[in-house]
Design a protein around this ligand. Structure first.
Ligand code: NDP
Length: 280
């Protein structure tokens, strides 16, 4: 068997193009503010990609770059100002923050209705209660990719490898909402190979190059690779051993070009949704 490829670039383009008529309906363009503190080169690339696509869609995009020496008080004051700014519907503070800045204090300060990353504890709680909430972009993008396979998810066994607050845990909540039976695996999981081998849906969000071996994959499974790791040759690689996994999986995402573009698409969808709610 050779897996069908879930092309995140194509699907992300479809998702973002579908936002255009919604944007056109609004009295003013949706506004996204992206705050970058420090000069981490990878973060700068992510921020550029996010704001560029927002601009292409006619959204107001404001990139605010602050020096790594910025005090927490100044960063909190900026968040307060953006919370109060009627032209801004979504606020994203790019992680990681430089040492000395308390990530939780900063993210908790973002108004929940403008928290387009979906990391605020209010949104996290609502997600688990199945109440309307801003949902973290990467797991939301994974759900969209799963939807595009057309495979019925009700009752299937899913595994999420990795339990971060921003990917793994919200992914579990979203798969549970799809009526999957979900296993959450992490670094203390005893038999990862066995657990992956029982799963019809595998979401790998670990950050270890090719941790999930192709030979573990259940024949026909859907494999979603969130990982973004540097290969020894400097290129980007996933958490799944791609080549061997394609021999067994039914569907698989490549890295790059799978989940990454979907994260940006869902961020923009969240921002448009926030603007729609703000306009009511
Ligand atoms: P974190 O480092 O926050 O979490 C990693 C998780 O993986 C932890 O729960 C950890 O377990 C688990 N883990 C580590 N080693 C193993 C192991 N050997 N076996 C099983 N589980 C293990 O990472 P993130 O969730 O932030 O990111 C995960 C990956 O996804 C990274 O490569 C990141 O770059 C990528 N990413 C990609 C995005 C995209 O848009 N494509 C967006 C966000 C992240 P424990 O809790 O026990 O330590």
């Amino acid at each position: 068997m050779s897996a069908r490829i879930l092309d995140g670039k194509v699907i992300a383009l479809e998702v973002t193009e579908a936002l255009r008529p919604r944007i056109a309906q609004l009295a003013r363009p949706p506004g996204l503010a992206v705050v970058l503190v420090g000069d981490d080169p990878a973060s700068a690339v992510y921020v550029r990609n996010k704001t560029r696509r927002a601009g292409e869609l006619g959204m107001v995009q404001r990139q605010i770059t602050l020096p790594a020496t910025t005090s927490e008080a100044d960063l909190l004051a900026l968040v307060d100002a953006l919370n109060a700014d009627d032209a801004i519907d979504g606020i994203l503070v790019q992680l990681p923050l430089p040492a000395g800045l308390d990530k939780d204090r900063v993210l908790d300060r973002i108004a929940p209705e403008k928290d387009v990353d979906g990391f605020h504890p209010i949104n996290t709680g609502k997600l688990w209660q199945r109440r309307p909430a801003l949902v973290p972009c990467t797991p939301a993008g994974v759900v969209e990719l799963l939807r595009r396979t057309g495979v019925a998810l009700r009752g299937v066994d899913a595994i999420v490898v990795g339990r971060s607050n921003i990917v793994g845990k919200p992914m579990v909540a979203l798969l549970e909402q799809q009526d999957c039976t979900v296993t959450l695996a992490h670094s203390r999981t005893r038999d990862l190979a066995g657990a992956v081998g029982r799963a019809d849906v595998v979401v790998a969000a670990v950050g270890v190059l090719e941790l999930v071996k192709g030979a573990w994959i259940k024949p026909g499974a859907i494999v979603i690779d969130v990982g973004m790791n540097k290969r020894p040759d400097g290129k980007l690689g996933g958490d799944v051993e791609f080549g061997p996994a394609t021999e067994r999986a039914g569907w698989i995402t490549p890295v790059p070009g799978g989940v990454g573009p979907m994260t940006i698409a869902m961020l923009l969808a969240n921002t448009v949704g926030a603007a729609e709610r703000a306009s009511r």
